[in-house]
Design a protein around this ligand. Structure first.
Ligand SMILES: Cc1cc2nc3c(=O)[nH]c(=O)nc-3n(C[C@H](O)[C@H](O)[C@H](O)COP(=O)(O)OP(=O)(O)OC[C@H]3O[C@@H](n4cnc5c(N)ncnc54)[C@H](O)[C@@H]3O)c2cc1C
Length: 322
């Protein structure tokens, strides 16, 4: 692409280890206006017959941005992914990575959830998911745990064959809520980075580390560029905003959708005997000894396959989360 780079006031940085290419930029026409989000019509679909590729700027390097960039690049678009910090640095790198086929059934997201679960299965075959990002099927249980106030010997769970041997606390009422046909897991950061690397190496995805500030819209209301902090302009035929909870910072998006974050914590534990940890995910109703007025907490436990990837992952909503 013939391009004149606008001189940025500070040079953008790029992901280490990735193929680097200067993104074509050009001086914008006098009629270009920058708004906080594009209200332009979507570009016509790419049919693979065109001589010139459509250029798409995907903003946000979480799982949504990277997956969008991956499939667009695989379909033949020229894609630039712009991430302000590092790929999968936010929720997409810290999530449990739990996948369920049918837990949205009966709701508006049912077909999306089912398609996503099946797509994960086929991607895992294509990209060697078990070795590259810990994809595996799980048995999923709900359990009630009431912490004892007395110290001393813990009650044994051996009598209940549903409860995995590594659960050594006072667990009761185990119920199977997902089978190896309907629940699975990935290591979310490794999944996101595996997809990113494949898109960079095989489909020519370009990655820029920089903070998206504005989307430029030209005459006729068409998207034509993205402006990055420091003054750099990336030209594009279409823009995807996949900024997670930061999406609300774009005024037009915020006026159309209510986007808010939900704070959650995660802890990673390394077990002494990693081999003893079976592929079970646990959804707990946990009554602490010094309780919060008898209300249970609801931590989720997702053991991961190897110590290298950290073995036991626990997460739950922040106490103040609404
Ligand atoms: C503790 C925890 C556990 C979870 N467990 C699960 C689970 O088990 N299963 C499940 O399905 N989901 C789970 N989730 C939810 C899941 O992680 C999120 O839905 C998902 O990661 C959202 O991805 P995203 O790409 O939309 O957003 P994010 O991961 O937030 O990515 C947005 C990206 O945009 C970038 N960005 C922001 N502003 C700009 C800008 N101006 N310019 C450029 N880049 C910008 C950010 O740096 C970030 O990298 C969990 C979430 C949490 C917090």
């Amino acid at each position: 692409m013939a391009a004149t780079l606008l001189a940025p006031s500070s040079a953008p940085t790029y992901l280490p280890g990735l193929r680097l290419t200067l993104i074509g930029s050009r001086k914008l026409s006098k009629t270009t206006t920058f708004i906080n989000c594009s209200a332009a019509q979507a570009s016509p679909p790419m049919d693979g017959q065109r001589h010139s590729k459509k250029h798409v700027a995907v903003c946000g390097g979480g799982i949504i941005g990277v997956c969008t960039a991956y499939f667009l690049a695989k379909k033949g678009a020229a894609v630039t992914l712009i991430e302000k910090s590092s790929v999968a640095c936010a929720a997409s790198g810290k999530a449990g990575g739990f996948l369920a086929l049918d837990w949205c059934d009966g709701g508006p997201l049912s077909s999306l959830a089912r398609a996503s679960f099946n797509l994960h299965r086929s991607l895992a075959e294509e990209l060697n998911g078990p070795d590259n990002y810990g994809y595996r099927a799980l048995t999923t249980l709900s359990l009630t745990v009431t912490e004892s106030q007395q110290s001393g010997s813990k009650p044994s769970n051996k009598a209940n064959s549903l409860i995995p041997s590594w659960v050594d606390g006072p667990a009761r009422s185990p119920t199977t809520i997902g089978s190896t046909q309907t629940t699975a897991q990935v290591h979310p950061q490794l999944f996101t980075k595996t997809l990113l690397n494949k898109a960079v190496n095989d489909y020519g995805l370009e990655v820029v580390i920089g903070k998206v500030e504005r989307v430029g819209v030209g005459e006729g209301g068409r998207v034509e560029s993205v402006m990055i902090e420091g003054g750099r302009v990336v030209e594009s035929d279409a823009v995807v905003l996949a900024l997670g909870p930061w999406s609300g910072k774009f005024e037009l998006l915020a006026s159309m959708f209510r986007v808010s974050g939900l704070k959650a914590h995660s802890i990673i534990l390394e077990p002494k005997e990693a081999d003893a940890i079976t592929p079970h995910a646990l959804f707990l109703s946990y009554y602490p000894a010094q309780g919060e007025g008898g209300k249970p907490m609801d931590p989720e436990v997702y053991p991961r396959p190897t110590v290298k990837w950290s073995s036991k992952y626990t997460c739950g909503k922040h106490a103040g989360a609404k």
